[in-house]
Design a binder for this molecule. Structure first.
Ligand SMILES: *Cc1c(COP(=O)(O)O)cnc(C)c1O
Length: 398
């Protein structure tokens, strides 16, 4: 493992993909991997002390979400939470087998819905406009007496665009259908108070808020009926079977506590870094565009399109310069597959091909932004000079 790249060697601008564990989170979880390994369901104190640690984690997460601890179900990841919410809705009433979702969901929702539609569910996918915003009238018109659930993300992982979830929740309530939101990119980034909301269920994932991978949670509003996906033991009040991933749940609780404490300060500081990065790159690099509504966006995300380049090539060149970010288009077996999010926004092929996502977080520094705004423009102009040289050698039409 000596050849592995350590975090000190890189500038990590891919916080929407995953985040660095907060050292306070690591410290809190480690004893549950060593000293306190009891099963929380056991009758003796060595086990029940672990149950208390899970209870504390639930309280800490509830404080971040502004809900009651009993409304939280711990799961194995954000994907499981999204799947479980939709599965539950479909099991509640056999006459309601219609799902309404959006064209820009994460695969944890979209591929699950596609699979369900192959098994006989009806699926309506609501589109977005050029800025990535949802048409609420179109969403409302999609609802039928057969609709079981609306599943729409709160913030888009590629562009950071925020959907008006409170308005969607009102529409859902008016039509008496359930509303689930994938809030995996939102939790820890903007304030949430579920007690004042009529959102029925919400998913989150620890590794997007400086916790470990492989643990998440599903909020289910009290008095909402819920049918579990994982069936077995009576853990999580019979809503999610399987012996609890204790250390990770403890870690998620601590990550939530850290996020609650840091939220206000961080939103300002991270936003300032993102804004300075974006403004400087836009100024230095001609033919650069921001994807997504700049007035309804997460504070940490910048999705930029650089005209005339291939984002896969830019990713590779930035990687060689120790910058980690994400490419909007993925080159698979020779053909370029552009982002489904940008396609739904009807972004031109050239802009989709040249789109890059930079996402900032708690552990980024101003000096990293200084480095990034030096390197990114150099990389883009290098790629542009290479491709214009290529164009001379390969005239159009050849
Ligand atoms: C990361 C992410 C997921 C998947 O979460 P996992 O915990 O990795 O399963 C789902 N939705 C969104 C919006 C995400 O950003």
């Amino acid at each position: 493992m000596t050849s592995m790249i350590s975090s000190e060697q890189i500038i990590y601008l891919d916080n929407n993909a995953t985040t660095q564990l907060d050292p306070a989170v690591v410290e809190e979880m480690l004893p549950f991997l060593t000293k306190y390994f009891g099963n929380p369901s056991s009758g003796y104190q060595f086990g029940s002390q672990v149950r208390s640690a899970i209870d504390l984690a639930r309280e800490r997460l509830a404080a971040l979400l502004g809900c009651e601890p009993s409304e939280i179900i711990f799961t194995s990841c954000g994907t499981e939470s999204n799947n479980a919410a939709v599965n539950s809705a479909l099991q509640l009433d056999p006459a309601r087998q219609h799902i309404v979702t959006t064209a820009v969901e994460h695969s944890a929702t979209s591929r699950h819905c596609d699979a369900l539609s192959k098994r006989g569910c009806l699926l309506t996918t609501v589109g977005v406009d050029a800025e990535g915003n949802l048409d609420l009238d179109e969403l409302e018109r999609a609802i039928t007496p057969q609709t079981a659930i609306i599943s729409a993300m709160w913030a888009n992982n590629e562009t950071g665009v925020l959907f008006p979830v409170e308005k969607i929740a009102e529409i859902a309530l008016r039509h008496r259908v359930l509303f689930h939101t994938d809030a995996i990119q939102v939790v820890g980034k903007i304030p949430i108070r579920l007690a004042d909301s009529s959102i029925n269920s919400l998913s989150l994932s620890a590794h997007k808020l400086h916790g470990p991978k492989g643990v998440g949670a599903l909020y289910v509003r009290k008095r909402s009926a819920f049918k579990p996906t994982l069936i077995g033991g009576s853990q999580e009040q019979n809503r999610r079977a399987g012996t609890e991933n204790v250390a990770s749940i403890v870690a998620l609780g601590k990550a939530a506590e850290c996020a609650t404490a840091a939220l206000a300060e961080e939103a300002t500081r991270v936003r300032a870094m993102r804004d300075r990065f974006e403004a400087t790159v836009l100024e230095k690099v001609p033919e650069t565009f921001v994807n997504g509504d700049r007035n309804a966006r997460l504070p940490n995300t910048s999705n930029l399109s650089f005209g005339g380049i291939d984002s896969g090539a830019a990713l590779a060149l930035l990687d060689r310069n120790q910058i980690c970010c994400s490419a909007g288009s993925a080159c698979r077996t020779g053909s370029v597959e552009s982002s489904h999010v940008l396609r739904a926004m009807k972004v031109s092929d050239d802009r989709a091909r040249g789109s890059m996502r930079f996402s900032f977080g708690r552990f980024n520094t101003e000096s990293e932004v200084d480095r990034a705004v030096e390197i990114v423009p150099k990389v883009i102009s290098k790629l542009r000079s290479l491709s214009s040289a290529g164009a001379v050698r390969e005239p159009a039409g050849v």
